[in-house]
Design a protein around this ligand. Structure first.
Ligand code: UT7
Length: 333
């Protein structure tokens, strides 16, 4: 059976209105606006009010997608949610989202691949389109990182923010040309798991008074280790996916990297030999929103005119797991 290529036909994003600025963080931990700007490139991030969950952010992003395509929720066939901050361990955030959206008849599930989550979900969703079994798949990247951040740990609390992004995948029509999701290249390396994790709350270390006392339900990170992995692997997968498609960095209209640290992006861009105007950076306004960074950055790329119909985009992300991924897309609308 010939495979059908998937294309992105709509994109919606949502960030909660509340801002957490570097000045706010200066009052909370021993840090400075200068350190945060120089070491991460972040100026502010959005965080939720108490009680707001990942599916609430995802819902707003998905509503914007449906609005763009003038679709009814019941036309959605599957919902994939990439997140490391699900509303609950179970049921899946995809189920909560399906219910709130009113996507009656859809199925779905969550994907846990941290910062690479949106790209892993995009590749997964594209397979359902490829086989011809599905015609409308929602792919969501959403995280409420503020729910698992220790706001007494200056090494992690300055980095992360909350947000959501969603895209609709539909089949490329015959005669539409070389558009859509052209290729993906993903890897995991579990040997790096210890360098970025939430140690407790799972089956190995179930929640207890002791795990809470030891602050094991928060993000624990060896920043420099993850930094080195991210720079090396985002470059490697980026180069490899271009090479196997007989492309070079110069062919790209836009490189949309995961927004974890401005210095990671700059180092990757320099190694790939990309021109600054080919790169989308918006970490200054959002921080690291984990699974939401790529859709949030793609929305900005469209808004800034860097990504237009027919434009070639390379998405790349790396993070906890370790996980790393690259997706090559020719923009279809
Ligand atoms: O998306 C998920 C994947 N995550 C990442 O990609 C994150 C990758 N890592 C990073 O972005 C960086 O490693 C960090 C931003 C987390 C840290 O920056 P760094 O330049 O690697 O700093 P460091 O951890 O090597 O620490 C350097 C110094 C230390 O002080 P001493 O030991 O030299 O006195 C830290 O205690 O900076 C100190 N420091 C801070 N100082 C002020 C760490 N965090 C802060 C802070 N404010 N917020």
């Amino acid at each position: 059976m010939p495979l059908t290529r998937a294309k992105i036909t709509a994109l919606g994003c949502y960030t909660p209105p509340k801002l957490l600025t570097n000045a706010d963080l200066e009052k909370m931990v021993d840090t400075s606006d200068t350190w945060i700007r120089e070491r991460t490139g972040i100026l502010e991030r959005h965080i939720v009010e108490k009680g707001v969950a990942t599916s609430d952010l995802a819902l707003e992003a998905c509503r914007r997608v449906l609005e763009q395509r003038s679709l009814r929720p019941t036309e959605i066939e599957a919902i994939l949610v990439a997140t490391v901050t699900p509303d609950t361990f179970f049921p899946a955030t995809a189920c909560n989202l399906q219910h709130k959206l009113g996507a009656v008849g859809a199925w779905g599930f969550d994907i846990s691949a941290a910062c690479s989550g949106f790209l892993f979900a995009l590749a997964t969703g594209a397979q359902f389109i490829a086989t011809g079994t599905h015609k409308k798949v929602l792919v969501v990247g959403a995280d409420v990182m503020s729910s698992i951040i220790n706001y007494e740990d200056r090494a992690t609390c300055v980095i992360f923010g909350d947000g959501a992004g969603a895209v609709l995948l539909e089949p490329v029509e015959p005669g539409e040309g070389d558009v859509g999701i052209l290729d993906f290249l993903h890897e995991v390396d579990g040997s790096g798991g210890c360098f970025l994790q939430m140690p407790a709350g799972g089956s190995r270390l179930p929640a207890s008074i002791e795990t809470v006392r030891r602050k094991l339900h928060y993000v624990h990170q060896d920043g420099p280790q993850v930094f080195k992995y991210a720079v090396r692997k985002m470059y490697e997968v980026g180069q490899a996916i271009l090479e196997r498609n007989s492309l070079t960095p110069a062919d790209l209209d836009v490189f949309i990297p995961h927004q974890a640290n401005r210095r990671i992006i700059d180092a990757t861009v320099e190694r790939m030999g990309l021109r600054p105007e080919q790169v989308l950076i918006n970490i200054d306004r959002y921080g690291n929103t984990t699974a939401a960074t790529i859709p949030l950055a793609t929305a900005d790329a469209i808004q800034q005119g860097k990504l237009k119909k027919g434009g070639l985009a390379l998405f790349a992300a790396a993070g906890a797991g370790y996980t790393v991924g690259a997706v090559l897309v020719r923009w279809a609308y």
